[in-house]
Design a protein around this ligand. Structure first.
Ligand code: BEZ
Length: 211
C-alpha cells in the first residue's frame, strides 16, 4: 500500500548501522527524513550518502533526524561505509537501515516491481513532529537526488507549520511568501499590521516571517 501525504508514517523496528531502532521512539518529536537507495556499492548511491552526511549540520539546525535504507544486509552497509568515507571525504553520520527482510520496504512501498523487483527505489519521506507524512518523492535509480531541494522543502514546511504561509515556485530562504487562502483578510490584518501586497485577492505577499 502506498503512503500518501497526511498518512501516519508506519512504525517499525529495524537493525541499522547505529544499532536497532524503534522508528517512532528514535524520531521522538523531531522532524525526520527516511530515504531509500537502491543498492550498496553502487556509484550514484555512494555520492548521495556522502552528500547527506555532509549536510548533517543543516539537518540538525532544522531538528531533522535522517535515516537511510536499502535491502542490503548490515555487514554490507558497514563495509560500504568505508568506501563512502574514502571517496566522499565524509564518513556516514546517520543510521542506515538494513532491510534484508523487506519489512520496512513493504510498509513504505519501496520496491516497484515494474522498475526492478529486487532493488529499492530512491524515495524520500519527510515526516513531521506529529509523525504525519509531509512529502513523498521517488526518483529512478539513475538519477541522484538534490538534497538542497529537500532542505528547501523542509524550510517551507516548517514556515507553514509556524506561520500559516506558503512558499511560491522556486522560493529560497529570505524570499517573499504567500498568505495561505485559509487566512481571511481580517485575520491577515491582525497578523501583518504593516499590510501585504496583493496581486489578486487570493495572491497576497508578505516578507518571510522571522521567528
Ligand atoms: C547507482 O547508485 O549508481 C545505481 C544503483 C542501482 C541501479 C543503477 C544505479
Amino acid at each position: 500500500m502506498s503512503i500518501r501525504l497526511g498518512d501516519e508514517a508506519p512504525n517499525f523496528t529495524a537493525a541499522t548501522t547505529e544499532g536497532t531502532i524503534d522508528f517512532h521512539e528514535w524520531k521522538g518529536d523531531s522532524w525526520a527524513i527516511l530515504f531509500s537507495h537502491p543498492k550498496d556499492f553502487t556509484p550514484v548511491c555512494t555520492t548521495e550518502l556522502g552528500t547527506v552526511a555532509r549536510l548533517k549540520d543543516e539537518f540538525d539546525r532544522r531538528d531533522v533526524k535522517v535515516v537511510g535504507l536499502s535491502v542490503d544486509p548490515l555487514d554490507s552497509h558497514v563495509e560500504w561505509a568505508d568506501d563512502i568515507a574514502e571517496t566522499q571525504g565524509q564518513a556516514l553520520n546517520f543510521p542506515l537501515i538494513a532491510d534484508h527482510d523487506r519489512v520496512v520496504s513493504d510498509l513504505y512501498d519501496l520496491i516497484h516491481p515494474n522498475a526492478n523487483d529486487t532493488l529499492t527505489v530512491r524515495s524520500v519521506f519527510v515526516i513531521g513532529p506529529d509523525n504525519k507524512v509531509k512529502l513523498t518523492l521517488t526518483y529512478p535509480a539513475s538519477t541522484g537526488r538534490n538534497f538542497d531541494e529537500i532542505l528547501r522543502v523542509v524550510d517551507s514546511l516548517q514556515l507553514t507549520a509556524q506561520h500559516q504561509v506558503a512558499t511560491p515556485a522556486d522560493w529560497q530562504q529570505g524570499g517573499d511568501v504567500i498568505i495561505v487562502p485559509a487566512v481571511s483578510d481580517e485575520d491577515a490584518a491582525a497578523r501583518y499590521p504593516d499590510g501585504w501586497r496583493a496581486d489578486k485577492p487570493y495572491l497576497r505577499w508578505v516578507p518571510q516571517p522571522q521567528d
